[in-house]
Design a protein around this ligand. Sequence first.
Ligand SMILES: Nc1ncnc2c1ncn2[C@@H]1O[C@H](COP(=O)(O)OP(=O)(O)OP(=O)(O)O)[C@@H](O)[C@H]1O
Length: 235
Amino acid sequence: MNFKPESAPPIVEATEIAKNFKERNLWSGLTFGVRSGEMMAVRGQSGSGKTTLLNCVGALESIDSGDLIVAGTNLGHMKGGQRRRFFRESVGFLFQNYALIESWTVDRNLQVPLEHSHQNKETKRRKMLQVLDRVGLGDILGKAVYSLSGGEQQRVALARLLLKDAQVILADEPTSALDDHNAGLLIELLLEKCETGAAVMISTHDPRLLVACHTELRLTDSSLEDTTARPVHAL
Ligand SMILES: Nc1ncnc2c1ncn2[C@@H]1O[C@H](COP(=O)(O)OP(=O)(O)OP(=O)(O)O)[C@@H](O)[C@H]1O
């Protein structure tokens, strides 16, 4: 793919950021950047704070010190309501547990990213069917999410992500329930998001996904040893 690290503008800029839970320092001194068109893998053992880092970049949680600028906005200075708006407008998040509302239909879940769009009902329905098709699902708009398999639910979550025009895409272990075919599809779709200018950060151990990432950030659990993080330009 045509990723040009030097020429692309930074979308995520973290400088000496730290996160604590009570007396425990999860990570500190974390400095990295993710540029438009770049896909970064976030690695580290269980409990090293990968999900928390994605949550901070997505403004779902706050950092305790340092500067975190995402899509031109300094997240350190934001209050709760502003954070929620920032998340809604600028972030696409593929959650580990999919974050679909299980009692709702697929249609109602896919309406969420289109809520503030002025398109008419028929256009929205056509878009929803298009993204379902992209992830290999047919017209399942009327089905309740709880009636779908884990892999199908994960693909509905991916379809919802595709409907959102976000500058920052965050994905938490997105291939965990996917077979090789669907993992390949997910990688292809995330790289397409990169090509349209998004910055992508993925928490993953999956070698299928790691080889597709342009850069890598490693976290170590600071309760076990010193926290270090280093961006590695792998390609
Ligand atoms: N809101 C919270 N309050 C207190 N501790 C928390 C909170 N959120 C996460 N933690 C703790 O912070 C640590 C890091 O959690 P996190 O989920 O970010 O790690 P992770 O690297 O994504 O782990 P895994 O690979 O197992 O998903 C864990 O020990 C977790 O219990």
